[in-house]
Design a protein around this ligand. Structure first.
Ligand code: AMP
Ligand code: MG
Length: 421
């Protein structure tokens, strides 16, 4: 395990007072290590979990060559370019049963979708294309090639091959694929435990009477939601008052119980409270000013074996720093090998002022413009405390470090929220 100092020394041009967003991701990817404990779960329980080993298929899917259509199966070598072909059906192959029989030249077998291809037959003509004449059927010229409308044995998954790979998060499609192989349980990485608390003497817990200068805690709720979406086991330490003994107890308990600790508030430069002091005292922690907006101050490091993410206090800054930095780092700890989903490109419906030299995340709503192409509009007041603009948004417009002003009609990158928050 590398210390903060060692990681900092590895990174070129590391400047804790003006760290770029990409440098933050790079730093965190060196700080965290994936969990190693695994557990075996039934398929239904395994949704969203990270696979701990490849799933090697015990069978081929499909297990036989079979028909992709309702129609007539025949030997495709009888097809002649530019000529019709007349065949006589001699039986019917139904799905779920093997049709036994020998098919000679000029003969065919009526076949249903999914039925095993009778021995020697490799091509299916869909029933809507044939003309029936007495007992025989005639195929039009030029419609088919040998092998058409046949699904090949193992074309989905071949026996002995990895159907799913270690590090994959189990999506609904992956659950279905595992089940299609007859697999009832999978080995997955254990769930992460993540403890979180809010700091600041002005922060009220729900149920407390309002008082002047105080605000209700919203960060614990957004963090709860974000962590739950990721499939983490959450441990809520509430609002911790600005007293060294209380902060120390919270950090120590969190470090003893959790893989990661997320706090909000108390990490900015002018901060008078004890949060930073306690982090420094109990752990190996770096305090950063990140070249970004919103979310400039952040503390990162380790307390005991737990990774610490000390997020800023402003509610939007908490969500943005979580999405940009904490989420990818947690996925790495979870053992996920997945890459962040690609950013969407949309035309900006308006001009946006942007200074080069920092990454800006603006809340945006992506929709279809009059011409049917994707457009994005900011959700108004971009203040880092304005959580309602986060509720209205369906994504974050990512204005990259080197980027300058955006002119209306320019394409911009958007990190969509769907499935993420
Ligand atoms: P700080 O980073 O502690 O300076 O906090 C920045 C701003 O965020 C201040 O206006 C705080 O009142 C506000 N804030 C801090 N923590 C929370 C919280 N848990 N819920 C809502 N607002 C908060
Ligand atoms: Mg504060």
């Amino acid at each position: 395990m590398k210390s903060i100092e060692q990681i900092a020394a590895e990174l070129q041009g590391y400047d804790p007072q003006a760290l770029s967003a990409t440098a933050v991701n790079e730093f965190l990817s060196r700080l965290v290590t994936p969990v190693t404990d695994t557990e075996e779960l039934g398929i239904f329980e395994a949704l969203d979990r990270v696979l701990a080993q490849d799933v090697i298929s015990p069978v081929s899917v499909p297990p036989h060559d079979n028909s992709a259509m309702d129609g007539y199966a025949f030997d495709g070598s009888q097809l002649r370019t530019g000529e019709t072909l007349t065949l006589t059906p001699i039986g019917t192959a139904l799905a779920g049963k093997a049709w036994q029989g020998t098919v000679g030249a000029g003969q065919c077998v009526r076949i249903m979708t999914g039925a095993i291809m009778p021995t020697g037959l490799d091509t299916v003509v869909p029933q809507e294309f044939v003309k029936a004449e007495g007992d025989a059927i005639t195929l039009p010229a030029g419609l088919l090639q040998p092998g058409d409308n046949r699904r090949l044995l193992g074309e989905d998954v071949m026996a002995g091959q990895p159907a799913l790979q270690k590090g994959e998060r189990l999506t609904p499609a992956a659950l279905g694929l595992a089940a299609s192989l007859g697999i009832k349980t999978v080995q997955v990485m254990r769930r992460l435990k993540v403890a979180y608390f809010s700091t600041g003497d002005e922060i009220l817990s729900l149920g407390e009477a309002p008082r002047e200068g105080a605000v209700y805690d919203s960060n614990r709720y957004t963090v709860f939601g974000l962590l739950t979406r990721l499939g983490c086991e959450v441990i809520d330490f509430g609002v911790v008052r600005d007293e060294p003994a209380l902060l120390e107890a919270a950090f120590r308990r969190a470090a003893a119980e959790a893989d990661a600790i997320i706090t909000s508030g108390g990490v900015s430069v002018g901060e008078a409270d004890f949060t930073k002091t306690m982090m420094k005292q109990l752990g190996d922690v770096a305090f950063w000013r990140i070249a970004m907006r919103p979310g400039r101050p952040m503390a990162v490091g380790r307390i005991g074996k737990s990774v610490l993410f000390g997020l800023p206090g402003n509610p939007v800054a908490v969500m943005v720093t979580f999405l940009a930095f904490v989420r990818p780092a947690l996925l790495q700890i979870m053992g996920s090998s997945g890459k962040a989903p690609p950013l969407l490109r949309a035309r900006s419906a308006e001009a946006i002022r942007k200074k080069p030299g920092r990454t800006e995340y603006q809340r945006g709503t992506v929709s279809y413009g009059a011409d049917g192409s994707l457009q994005v509009r900011t959700t108004g007041n971009q203040g880092s405390g304005v959580l309602s603009s986060m509720v209205q948004a369906n994504g974050l417009i990512v204005l990259h470090h080197g980027q300058g002003n955006v002119t209306a009609g320019d394409e911009v990158d958007v990190m969509m929220f769907d499935g993420v928050i």
